[in-house]
Design a protein around this ligand. Structure first.
Ligand SMILES: NC(=O)c1ccc[n+]([C@@H]2O[C@H](COP(=O)([O-])OP(=O)(O)OC[C@H]3O[C@@H](n4cnc5c(N)ncnc54)[C@H](OP(=O)(O)O)[C@@H]3O)[C@@H](O)[C@H]2O)c1
Length: 267
């Protein structure tokens, strides 16, 4: 007998009617997820700090037919995370997917960096995912609902970098660990937790690498020289993996850091 899934394998990617909470929705990855998921019929709860940019992304998503609500908050605290969750529940009555697209970097050599700069990177990249996972995971567990969490790591969670990344690399190593520990804690509730680890892709975060400044050019050239596929990434390169990790296709996949990096981490 041929199963329904084998007869219709694209049903594995059917996310129509699901509700996604996306933080950092104004960013390269967050906006990419908002538009891609919106196009697939996912209802969107978009969270970010920049009011005008958030409204723009919401308008773009609506223009392709998505149902959208926005909340003008970053996940800086448990209160913020609870407010983002409650906004989603008020608007749509349920949450199925959490995408943490918010993140930050402040490159600088440790000898020049203030402690507060390091802490700001850790807060955005580790505290943010932690408070969001706590807020929405607690809801799933209490309601006995399944859910899918997508975090953003980086090849820098595994590889060092000579460009002054003590904050960023440390924070992404922590993201990898958070992915694995949440996956193991929450598997019994039917909640999957995975991360995408890209190399450089074009966004506000990496704009400094695309300009003429010396450190940016050197960092970009060095990244490029290590990418077997011969180019840097674009947001679109990450969307297939994002959709996979948020759809039924990934129901047996959890605790994984997925490298979508042009082969960077293979070499
Ligand atoms: N771009 C890359 O090459 C690359 C590579 C590997 C991994 N990543 C990771 O992918 C994720 C998304 O990055 P991206 O490239 O899309 O960056 P991005 O375009 O800069 O977007 C990140 C969003 O996060 C929010 N944000 C900025 N600073 C924040 C802070 N201190 N606390 C909380 N939120 C803050 C911003 O939204 P508001 O200002 O509106 O709040 C911003 O739109 C990040 O975790 C990043 O580390 C990126």
């Amino acid at each position: 007998m041929i199963s329904e899934t084998l007869k219709n394998p694209l049903s594995l990617f059917d996310v129509r009617g699901k509700v996604a909470v996306i933080t950092g929705a104004t960013g390269g990855f967050g906006r990419g997820c908002a538009l891609s998921l919106g196009a697939l019929g996912v209802k969107l709860v978009l969270a970010a700090g920049s009011t005008a940019e958030l409204a723009e992304v919401a308008e773009e998503a609506k223009s392709i037919g998505a149902e959208v609500v926005t909340i003008n908050r970053r996940p800086d605290s448990v209160d913020d995370a609870n407010a983002i969750r409650d906004c989603a529940l008020d608007a749509f009555g349920a949450i199925d997917q959490l995408v943490v697209g918010s993140g930050y970097n402040k490159p600088g050599f440790i000898q020049d960096l203030d402690y507060e700069d390091w802490q700001a990177v850790m807060d955005a990249n580790v505290r943010g995912p932690w408070v969001m996972a706590k807020a929405i995971g607690s809801y799933w567990i209490e309601q006995k609902r399944k859910g899918k969490v997508l975090l953003m790591s980086s090849v820098r969670g595994r590889h060092g970098n000579i460009s002054g990344y003590t904050g960023y690399c440390t924070s992404k190593g922590a993201t990898d660990a958070l992915t694995r520990v949440l996956a193991t804690e929450w598997a019994k509730y039917g909640i999957t937790v995975n991360a995408i680890a890209p190399t450089v892709f074009r966004s506000k975060l990496t704009a400094w690498m695309y300009g003429d400044n010396e450190l940016g050019q050197a960092t970009r050239a060095r990244s490029l020289s290590r990418i077997p596929l011969g180019r840097l990434g674009e947001v679109e390169d990450l969307m297939g993996m994002a959709i996979y990790l948020l759809s039924p296709a990934s129901d047996f996949c959890t605790g994984q850091v997925m490298y979508v990096d042009g082969g960077f981490s293979a070499g």
